[in-house]
Design a protein around this ligand. Sequence first.
Ligand code: DLZ
Length: 245
Amino acid sequence: MAGIKGPGEAHTYDGSPLRIAILHARWNTPLISALLAGVLKSLSAAGVKRENIAIQSVPGSYELPYAAQRMYIASQTQAAGASILGGGLGGGKGIMESATDLLGGSVTDLAGLGREVVGAGAAPAVPPQSTAEKKEEKTEEGAAKGLTQPFDALIAIGALIKGSTMHFEYISDAVSHGLMRVQLDTGCPVVFGLLTLLTEEQGRERAGIAGERGDEGHNHGEDWGAAAVELGCKRRGWAEGRYVE
Ligand code: DLZ
């Protein structure tokens, strides 16, 4: 008999207008790589554009709340800069084009960071981009458009594995409370992508890489990507006094 646990019936949301940040720890990289791939898979399935996804890594899970808060503020700064350049400087074509180039470069850098780090010592979660793809990303109109709005949602990914001291309990507690605080303080949803594990095997099962062939279990990253899209869409609705279901 099937169990009752799980996120319930999947709803469909259009992620194409959304801008999303993914922050991930580098500790326990094989788990993180798989979870990040799961997140990217579900964001892509919901229509979120690759150029509207920023990826940033931090050393460990303890750094996630601070990084989430700073990343959100960075996206507000980018959006404010884009709106000043777009509306306040007379709209000269030359100015607009330089602004687009400048800001587009910043998104590419953030995304590249995640690719490099997660790829080290493990199968790359994100395939490396060709030069042509990179150029397209930089010049595409969508890349500049994405930066005109702050992130609609953030996803914080980490994997804590219990050791023989109280370290695990302190970090789990601090990160859980920290991420909750960031979302309530900023008003931007922060998806809780933190696995708090008693064993490595529990982690492999929750990253979908358990078993002899490494393809068993359920990748929770897919659920986290879907949660970010749903909350991003609902948040936009709430901001306009609508309830998106
Ligand atoms: C130090 C540490 C330990 C022992 N274990 C983990 C872990 O299982 N998962 C994780 O994400 N991070 C771990 N860290 C690193 C801390 O989160 C943090 O990066 C350091 O204490 C520096 O602040």
